[in-house]
Design a protein around this ligand. Structure first.
Ligand SMILES: [Zn+2]
Length: 315
């Protein structure tokens, strides 16, 4: 008779955890990238790490009981700066209590399984490359445009990581030194010009006494012909395109996958983005770069996180 652990290993059910600025999502994922069961709750309720570890542990236990299975590993894709080699949270904005190895160690202890940690842009890229829009791409760039911009690069299925195992912060590469100040310390980095918050701030600056609109609302208003919203969309598309042009010139990817809240309004942005790339990348075969939209959507981070244990064998 097989033990539960043996059954889980045969079935290859893994835990995936997506810790974002707004919500924490967790799920059971099979080896084909299918989400068998999932749950969500607000990140803002858990500024204290031990409370978060407890809640996540309980949620996973309940999910496993309900689904009549066990997980053999847990992968975490977390917003902010991570040290994937040490399994430590370096900087999670607004949540200083989360710093250090406590997240990985606490969950590993509670769940009795190995736990892996990476930046959420990285795990989203792993998920899309393995199961979504990036399948078959030798050189793959994943760009998530929400409130900010997260980017990860895969070459032959391997994550591009540098010194200290750190992933490049491409969302903060410099586009215009005369641009707005960003928390990263630069003025005019990509995120400060083309992220959702940047779009909202610019629209507000053009009409300080007017209502504040979210990026999603601005896209909807642009579709209805509102001139200021249309300008905001055009400006964002211009800077998105400039940044993507830089990525095309630097990495010559086969595929760029676009994801995130702002990209849900892709129809507003894609023509301008394509134009910027065609105009700005004359020295590389930019026409061959395949610009695709996410297939995994909001599940990319969670699904991709379950692949983190496989990275160990790549070292
Ligand atoms: Zn920045």
């Amino acid at each position: 008779m097989s033990t539960n652990q043996e059954i889980a290993e045969e079935a290859h059910i893994h835990g995936g955890l997506d810790i974002g600025g707004t919500k924490i999502a967790l799920g059971l994922v099979d080896s084909s990238g299918h989400v068998l069961a999932e749950r969500y709750f607000p990140t803002a309720d858990y500024p204290v790490l031990k409370d978060a570890v407890q809640r996540i542990s309980v949620e996973f236990s309940e999910l496993c009981t309900q689904s009549n299975c066990q997980i053999t590993s847990l992968g975490i894709g977390c917003t902010g700066q991570m040290d994937p080699e040490k399994g430590e949270v370096l900087n999670l904005e607004y949540f200083p209590d989360w710093r250090g190895p406590g997240l990985v160690q606490g969950l590993s202890q509670n769940l009795g399984i190995p736990v892996w940690l990476a930046n959420d842009a990285e795990t989203a890229a792993l998920g899309e490359w393995a199961f979504g829009a990036g399948q078959g791409a030798r050189s793959f760039v994943m760009v998530t445009v929400g409130t900010g911009i997260g980017v990860a690069v895969l070459q032959d299925g391997r994550l591009w990581r540098g010194v200290g195992g750190c992933h490049p912060e491409i969302g903060h590469h410099l586009l215009d030194p005369s641009g707005p100040e960003c928390f990263c310390g630069l003025h005019g980095c990509w995120e400060s010009l083309a992220g959702g918050i940047a779009m909202e701030a610019w629209a507000q600056s053009q009409n300080p006494q007017g209502s504040h609109f979210t990026a999603r609302e601005l896209c909807a208003l642009a579709g209805q012909g509102d001139p200021l919203a249309q300008q905001a969309v055009e400006r964002t598309a211009h800077y998105l395109g400039l940044g993507l042009s830089n990525l095309v010139t630097i990495f010559t990817p086969n595929v760029i996958c676009l994801a995130g809240g702002l990209i849900e309004s892709a129809a507003h942005f894609l023509p301008s983005i394509q134009k910027e790339i065609n105009q700005g990348c004359k020295l590389v075969p930019s026409q061959q770069v395949d610009l695709r939209l996410t297939r995994l959507g909001s599940r990319a981070v969670m699904v991709g996180a379950t692949l983190l244990p496989t990275l160990r064998s790549q070292r």
